[in-house]
Write a protein of this length. Structure first.
Lengths: 386, 386
């Protein structure tokens, strides 16, 4: 494990480092920036030379962890368990995570069919209190469903309360959702969400920085929130007490130049106090999915309609091309019909439809999907306008 | 009724014009600016020369109304009924109403002891839906009481729902409140608020542009709102549906450079939709009286503490001097004790205390009142600091 630009070595080094460094370690991030993952991994495995910015005691601790790491075994086990490791430079890597600078994840473990990169392009985070009120749960479910109906991907943390309701809202509307966990993506945390997380892995994506089998911890929850903030175009907070973790996500989104939004609640509710504090600052008040889409869509929302699809059809993955070919020239069809036409499962068809949506080829109309005007024009070789 | 600067003639002309022109008539406002109230009144009474900007038909209508006007009788009846007419130039005129330009009221009819000018200096409008929810009524009452406890005057429109709850909250906290009516101030509108409006006239102020006996109308409610907005340092909206009259008040406040504030509610409540729309614009989100005071107080809130009282003691009205003298050198006393010390009624004492508060002499502490540090310093001739 030394030098060179071999992508497999780089990947293996990052998997190895994931067993040694904690997520969000900015000192480690500087090592990677200065020396590259392969060299940093080599020094940790070989026991030196010592890297800058650590005490001898901490260095000894890192070396001890390095001795335990078995990246090849991690990768093999992951493959067997339906997981993959996506690292910077990989085709599926969501480039917007690079905004995190030295706190950028080493890579992400991913469970689920869709392309993380494609889905993240049109995604919004919906986060909030675990111990939310019925009102909070209602708003999260409604917003999750509404965003899905607008063709947006709902990202959240898989927790009880607002997170779970947002995921369920998106799933219930036949939409796309991503759970970003603070533990290994092969674990279900919280335990009570075992079924929900399995469903998300089946119909959407379950992702996280921590290697398979790793446990969550309070600090890991906090650090995880920066990934939710960076991955998405904006973060909506629904119910959060003062000093809630959701406010950390919202403030991270703000620092990263993403949209920060809050759903108001009664002024008498302590669970809305944190949201109201946000709204007294820079955050935007939103009350439904249309208002969220109006903000996060911005120019991007209109761009595909103006410019036509960005990626030529020939460059689409074969699965996406088959789904695109299954859409009729006119009118919308439900995803099960698309799946039959493309000879695939409904979950796979939905995953592809959301990817094609990101590329400007298709759009969602209620429960159905149809070609965009630009996709139709490109079918007809750019002649005329309908 | 011709020419000259005689203040009695000017006053009489304005009372007369109040019977001829509708409140907020900007064409009439321009006549007053160009020719003066006395000359405009003379032309209307004498039947010409015709004023600019009116059709012949409208001119005839105005002349007919002018024939009915009996300003001397209005003033005499008002005096008998405990009302007074306060006009621009008068010592009690609140100068901030001049910000309304040509839509400035001709004058205001006033019922109640306190000085309108003094009270308006530290006042906040609290307005909202007539058919409010229990939540809206609760927030209005709490905010009314909280503002009163902070020594602020609560201004509202005397209507059912939010307005009434705000007035009652202030009264219940032994505080100061002003009702701005869209009818003659001798009338109680709505009828169900007859007792409330009588109590406000007894303990606070009931004011309005319309001459005694005049009825409200939908357009008069809308036009009245600009007075509420202009009189106060800021307007707080608690529950308002889309296109509610309270939003007219809020937008007028915004145009006049006053603070515009909204109390959020559930995103699912149609009665909060108008407030949320405001909050998505320029308005500030507030959830309690302290947050309102933080905004509207601004420099003004701190100014008296820095500069000491603006008005020398000798220039205070005798009643205010007596109330000031009744306050102990140290600690706070309840208003009934102040009233006994100043040999006056409790209502009068409260009226004076709020005036003295505007001037920086006294401050409210819970249920009691005490001298400000600056007032104590000025008692001791400016020696030392405590």
């Amino acid at each position: 494990m030394s030098g060179g630009d071999d992508p497999d070595r780089e990947l293996l080094a990052r998997v190895f480092l994931g067993r040694v460094l904690e997520p969000g370690d900015e000192v480690g991030g500087r090592w990677l920036r200065d020396l590259g993952a392969v060299e940093v991994a080599r020094r940790l495995r070989d026991g030196g030379p010592q890297l800058v910015g650590v005490t001898d005691k901490r260095w000894a601790g890192l070396l001890a962890r390095a001795q335990q790491a078995e990246p090849e075994k991690d990768l093999a086990a992951a493959q067997g368990g339906g997981m993959r490791f996506v690292a910077p430079g990989d085709g599926e890597w969501p480039g917007q995570l690079d905004d995190l600078g030295d706190a950028r994840p080493l890579g992400l473990w991913v469970r689920g069919r869709p392309s993380l990169r494609m889905w993240a392009l049109r995604s919004v985070a919906v986060v909030g209190a675990r111990a939310c009120t019925e009102y909070g749960a209602h708003m999260a479910a409604t917003l999750g469903a509404g965003l899905a109906e607008h063709g947006w991907v709902v990202v959240s943390g898989g927790a009880y309360g607002v997170d779970g309701a947002a995921h369920r809202g998106a799933l219930g509307a036949g939409g796309a959702t991503v759970a970003v966990l603070a533990c290994g993506v092969d674990r279900a945390y919280p335990r009570g969400h075992t079924e929900l997380i399995a469903r998300i892995a089946e119909q959407g994506l379950v992702i996280g920085e921590l290697p398979p089998g790793d446990h969550p911890s309070p600090s890991r929850f906090i650090v995880r929130n920066r990934v939710i903030a960076a991955l998405t175009r904006g973060t909506v907070v629904i119910e959060a007490a003062y000093r809630s973790g959701s406010l950390v996500t919202a403030r991270a989104a703000q620092r990263l130049g993403r949209h920060t939004m809050g759903v108001p609640g009664p002024a008498t509710s302590g669970l809305s106090a944190g949201v109201h504090e946000l709204l007294r600052g820079e955050a935007e008040l939103v009350t439904d999915a249309a208002e969220v889409v109006e903000l996060v869509g911005g120019m991007g929302e209109l761009a595909p309609d103006r410019r036509g699809p960005v990626l030529p059809r020939d460059l689409l993955a074969p699965g996406a091309r088959r789904v695109l070919a299954a859409l009729p020239g006119r009118g919308a069809v439900p995803p099960d019909e698309v799946a039959r036409g493309a000879q695939t499962t409904q979950d796979d068809a939905i995953a592809r439809l959301y990817e094609l949506r990101s590329l400007g080829y298709v759009e969602r109309h209620g429960d159905g999907w149809k070609l965009t005007r630009q996709a139709m024009i490109s079918v007809r070789g750019g002649r005329g306008r309908c």
